[in-house]
Ligand binder design. Sequence first.
Ligand code: GLA
Length: 726
Amino acid sequence: MRLKTLLLIVLVFVTAHGAAALEYVMVATQNTCLLFKVSGKKRLEQLYFGEKLKNAEELKMVNLPTSAAYSTFGTDHTFEAALRAVQLDGNTSTELVYVSSRTEKKSDNLVQTIVSLKDAYYALNVDMYFNAYQKEDVIEQWSVITNNQTKNVTLHNFASSDLSFSASSYYVTQFCGTWADEMNMKEQRLTEGIKIIDSKLGVRTNQFTHPCFLLSLGQEARENDGKVIGGTLAWPGSFQFCFEVDPYKNLRVLSGMNPYASTYTLEKGKSLKTPALLYTYSDAGTGLVSRRFHTWARQYGLKNGNGERSILLNNWEATYFDFDEPKLTQIIDDAAKMGFELFLLDDGWFGNKYPRNDDDAGLGDWQTNTKKLPNGIPYLINECHKRGLKFGIWVEPEMVNPKSELYEKHPDWIITQPNREMLTQRNQLLLDLSNPKVQEFVYNSIDKILTDNPGIDYVKWDCNRYITNSGSQYLPAAKQSHLWIDNAAAILAVMEKVAAKYPKVCFMECSGGGGRMDYGSMKYFDEFWISDNGDPLQRLFTQWGGQYFFPAIGMASHVSVSPNHISGRSTPLKFRFDIAMAAKLGMDLQPVQMTETDKEFSKNAIQTYKDIRSTVLLGDLYRILSPYEHNRTAYMYVSADKKDAVLFNFLVRKRIYPDNENVVLKGLDPQKHYTVREINRESYNNRSRFSEYEGKTFSGDYLMAVGLTFSMQNEYESVVIRIREE
Ligand code: GLA
């Protein structure tokens, strides 16, 4: 639909029949429509959410069932409420009525609608915001709750969105795990009552659960068909998704900051802005959900989402804390010779009184360790730059070891409860970011590292623990429960400030692996670290899960040493390279640990990656075989012009007989002709698994109807195919 027409519809309009004029508000993208109606009692109700109809007017012809657009705790206690507030006089109810709505075209692609609601009696306002991204079919929804009363209002629940659904059945997929085992997918059918997906960790909130869900209507989620909603909360703090099915099979989904233990006092004249829920409605399965999120994220969700990415060598798994200048210089030299583009110096470079020689000391003391690095960071930057490599550095600015000068100076800066044992994780404590002085310290730490050492091209920002003992030494007693929200809001503010000052520096978001992956913080980062576990077999699942919401261009994936340090598993170098090349390639394995043959293979693979990089990082993802359901997993990336594609195949489970599963390609142009060639090739008895096809040309039509059939048999076998219009 043309934007002009759309805006006309979005504007409130009046029905032809009935004395009382009904008002409607529509939020629409190219293919989706979310329609609200103002009821006789001036309540805002959700009337419809789904595919865009040719004639939206038809939605108003009969009295379709509706549900509250932003439910409140009050007279009806049937459901969990989006908003539960205690008014200035102690009244525990809220009744919101519709005031007005306005729509503004922010750009060719972005239409913003704001719906204003107000309590029928009290001066408590709620503005519901909707950013409708037209091309990507993504809606971004949040609320702003404002206290215009003469005294404080207490907020107990403050959801960002309150979406309703009506279907014969509901299936929810969550993304969960733990350290080194992130992003596992679990689907379940919802029954009457409540299912909550949440995190209460405050910081590093995704250690056990990611702020993402898939909701499938009427059947289990499928890749290529079916009605599916994908939702993700843009918030690094504790979050909650609450799915509630009533006895009549209606479903409501509340999404937002976790209200658990987070009672918020809203002072007079103040507002609370909730984080945004990003969601998309697909009537063509989960594949479309992912492609929409990827396109959206590259444009709006990641820093430099369509920019360039460098192939990096990280010293972490090779040296851990045990390095010095000559050792690093050797690594830098090897990296340049092998075709890497960036060297990343990980943990262990700082601290003098308490040198960071292990994870038990030095965090917080961001001064270069003069024993390990007598010539400082500038020396290493220069060693990199003169070889044409960029230089990156690791920081963990929100944390402190009790064994540090920072802690000696500021024991009052940490999150802890009085009269309780001080609880560490990985020997460290959290700095209390609700304290403005601490915010300043965190910002200044990074700023100083970057200004003292000009030429740093890349920063890995880590965060290795979550909140326990949730007390703030800064907040007053009555506002201790603000810590959860204030701390998360403060870290976002610091990240924003850093990203604004250093737009050209590439930032990687890391949290002991994938403990912080959300679109609230990700817009200040170019890439993210999805897991510390570089075991390629495990990675098949972690990256598979991660891809549902996050694009390959952000997903750093490194080749590790074999046997793997975490799993102990031994795997071929090719298998490790192939899975890392299915995302943003890097390496933790060091050239000195390699045989000449392995070095040669790696050099070639790095060169090959440079050729396919733009297709993998910027292409459209098509999932073909799931590792959860098949012995082989397969997926492919197709460039926007459909001239180039890369197909990845990995054997997940070795069986006694070869796996001959047919791989039917997707996303190609049926009219084009493509030549297929194996890359990162390995021979089995002097033959490639793919030799039957090698170098032959097929139509897109054939590849998407008949597909490719070749066997895979050995443990940890992978086959990567380049499909190119030539
Ligand atoms: C975390 C990160 C790792 C590494 C270490 C350093 O665990 O996830 O990649 O940087 O910290 O201490």
